[in-house]
Design a protein around this ligand. Structure first.
Ligand SMILES: [Fe+2]
Length: 386
């Protein structure tokens, strides 16, 4: 692979149609979170509902809000339907004019649904899928406190159905934030393990969109720059969590990953990673890190130039020959402190066939993978990662 060859725009995709949607306002930078209060006051907002996890609920004062402020502080990781219903019940009682998602992807995803469902007459089941939501009931602000999901820039909300363990995906333009505020100060206290996993998640959004069948030059620019930012700043933020410049770089990478998700989205990496979360409760970022070298190497023959560009953007030197891309990506993740063995995360060998079946069924992602991945291919990846 020639690492210094930047892939040219593929002329077959240059004229392909694409539509991008962004929050109406994006504020970025140190100290910006405290400006949400003034933004809300300028819109005459009186009743505000903050949707947060317990940790962030305890620091809502950082948002400098005035008026009637209610905090739902019980968002759980990988939120399920009962968790959503608890938030909706509060919203039905409070009738907020502004909903603020304040936390990681889980809080921001629930905030999207809390902004559209109460008073709409629509149930969650009726809005699962693309563009089923009829209207938005409140203004929506998103303020991420991790650097990974990019959910602040997106229109998709994922909620787990506890009966099936499936992720229900609601996608709607009504779930778009009216304002997203990305403030790296909020990420300074993240522990190293969370920083590593969420940073690799942001990178995976960029890499999978960059190599997707649906890749588009308009998004490739953000995707490749997102990978570069992770390559430049993730190890630095892990080594020193108080490094504000590194934290800001990762926040930007996460936002760029979010830009990739809407119009292009992820492919095999996320599909192969999902069963680790749904069946074995492995955190989303950690699951993506474990899977990353496997799917990158699997897809390399279908996207050789773009794979080389990814490894180059991460600052990795790749040796010649078969397996070199895998080795470089694996070492990169392992050196960040990510656990790379399924067995070490408690996944038993006898569950691998069911996991492969579940991953292979995620057609919304796998159909866009640049190389066809069979159920046997997925089994082989799990076996190799055991
Ligand atoms: Fe992700």
């Amino acid at each position: 692979m020639n690492l210094h060859h930047t892939p040219a725009v593929e002329t077959t995709t240059l004229a392909a149609p694409i539509e991008i949607q962004r929050p109406a306002v994006i504020r970025f930078g140190s100290g910006q979170a405290a400006t949400i209060g003034e933004w809300a006051a300028g819109r005459g907002v009186r009743r505000i509902l903050v949707v947060a996890d317990a940790f962030n609920a305890a620091r809502v004062s950082a948002l400098n809000l005035s008026g009637e402020v209610t905090v739902f502080g019980e968002v759980r990781p990988e939120p399920d339907i009962p968790n959503l219903e608890a938030a909706l019940a509060i919203a039905e009682a409070v009738r907020p004019e502004l909903v603020i998602g304040f936390g990681g992807g889980s809080a921001m995803d629930l905030a999207k649904l809390v902004a559209v469902l109460p008073g709409s007459g629509q149930t969650l089941a009726e809005v699962v899928g693309p563009e089923k939501v009829r209207a938005k009931g409140a203004l929506l602000a998103q303020i991420p406190t991790t650097a990974g999901t990019g959910s602040e820039a997106g229109t998709r909300a994922l909620v787990t159905d506890p009966a099936t363990q499936n992720k229900l995906a609601v996608q709607s333009l009504h779930c778009q934030a009216d304002i997203a505020i990305i403030d790296p100060d909020l990420t300074l206290t993240l522990p190293a393990g969370v920083t590593a996993a969420s940073g690799v998640d942001a990178m995976a959004h960029c890499v999978e969109a960059f190599t997707s069948k649906k890749a588009h030059p308009l998004i490739d620019m953000y995707a490749l720059e997102g990978v570069r930012l992770v390559g430049r700043f993730l190890a630095r933020a892990i080594a020193d969590g108080s490094d504000l410049e590194a934290r800001a770089g990762l926040c930007l990478a996460s936002l760029y990953g979010g830009f990739c998700l809407g119009p292009v989205n992820t492919t095999a990496g996320h599909a192969v990673a999902y069963p680790l979360g749904t069946r074995h409760h492995i955190a989303h970022g950690a699951a993506n890190a474990l899977v990353f070298p496997h799917t990158l190497a699997f897809n390399a023959p279908a996207r050789p130039e773009k794979t080389a560009a990814v490894l180059d953007a991460l600052g990795l030197s790749v040796g010649p020959g078969e397996g070199a891309a895998f080795d470089a990506a694996y070492r990169y993740c392992a050196d960040l402190g990510c656990e790379m063995r399924l067995s070490a995360l408690g996944v038993p060998e006898d569950d691998l066939p069911a996991m492969a079946r579940e991953a292979h069924a995620i057609r919304r992602l796998l159909d866009n993978n640049p190389r066809d991945m069979t159920q046997d291919d997925i089994s082989a990846i799990y076996t190799r990662a055991l």
